[in-house]
Design a protein around this ligand. Structure first.
Ligand code: ADE
Length: 270
């Protein structure tokens, strides 16, 4: 996969030289280029922003440096693929970036990230860019960052670790939070007793069926407690009886394959 990132703070992306993503770059699994938006300006002050039409606080990023930068990236395409590269524009006004999005984007040949700053990028850039790219404004969540760079660090790590060969043991991608629409079960290591706290006995039992069941039920418990919103999309149609019972204990009934919280269930969530 090839990734291009355009930013006025290229140094912000330096962590992508470290750890698994840095190693993937060294190993040639990921080709990642960071471009300084200011090199695409033409004035003496290398201006990238201006005041907003219609008034209001803050500054807006000018369109022309963005068009120059994105045209340069689009012209330098790898391979012979006819598919347009995906242009991801991090923004709190974008669609939500999820694990499903990470999987979808990990299939692409080329991703380009446009890091906005200030109040954002002139909207006409997104319209113009649609000729060369599939444009996807993306939000990490419902909060506001100062710019797109931190969001790009998160998205590139989430996508990059899904590329074949990046994570040493691919099994670890299967049993993690959000891989099956639920939160991950709790994990423990040695010693089995630590500061008067024991590891749950089932994990020492050697009974793999019981361990798998305990872990699933812990996923249900955690998800019901911390992220009950995720349970609305959970497919409960084929659950074994013991799993239905676990959900019943948490206050959920299975109706037509979906989980429904009983109105009389305690706990105050939902
Ligand atoms: N830029 C500013 N806030 C953001 C957010 N929540 N997600 C992605 N990019 C952003």
């Amino acid at each position: 996969m090839r990734i291009d990132v355009v930013s006025i703070f290229p140094e912000y992306l330096a962590p992508l030289e470290l750890s698994l993503i840095g190693k993937a770059r060294q190993d040639g699994l990921l080709q990642l280029n960071v471009h300084d938006l200011r090199t695409f300006t033409t004035d003496r002050h290398r201006t990238v922003d201006d005041t907003p039409y219609g008034g209001g606080a803050g500054m807006v990023m000018k369109p022309e440096p963005w068009a120059q930068a994105l045209a340069a990236v689009a012209a330098d395409r790898p391979g012979t693929s006819a598919a347009k590269p995906v242009l991801i524009v991090p923004s709190p006004a974008g669609e939500r970036f999820t694990q499903a999005t990470a999987h979808e984007l990990a299939e692409e040949e080329q991703l380009v990230f446009a890091c906005g700053r200030y109040e954002g990028i002139d909207e006409r850039v997104m319209e113009w860019a649609a000729e060369h790219f599939t444009v996807r404004p993306m939000s990490l969540g419902d909060y506001v960052l100062n710019g797109g760079e931190v969001a790009v660090l998160a998205m590139v790590e989430a996508i990059g670790r899904l590329l074949p060969g990046v994570v040493g043991n691919p099994d670890s991608l299967v049993e993690e939070s959000h891989s099956d629409g639920l939160l991950e079960y709790p994990v423990y290591t040695k010693p089995s007793s630590w500061r008067d706290r024991d590891v749950p006995a089932v994990l020492l039992s050697g009974n793999h069926g019981k361990i798998a069941q305990w872990r699933r039920h812990e996923q249900y418990r955690r998800t019901a407690e911390r992220r009950p919103d995720l349970l609305a999309g959970f497919d409960a149609g084929a659950l074994p009886r013991a799993d239905r019972a676990a959900f019943a204990d948490l206050g959920y009934d299975v109706v037509d394959g979906r989980l429904h919280r009983r109105p009389d269930a305690g706990g105050g969530q939902n």
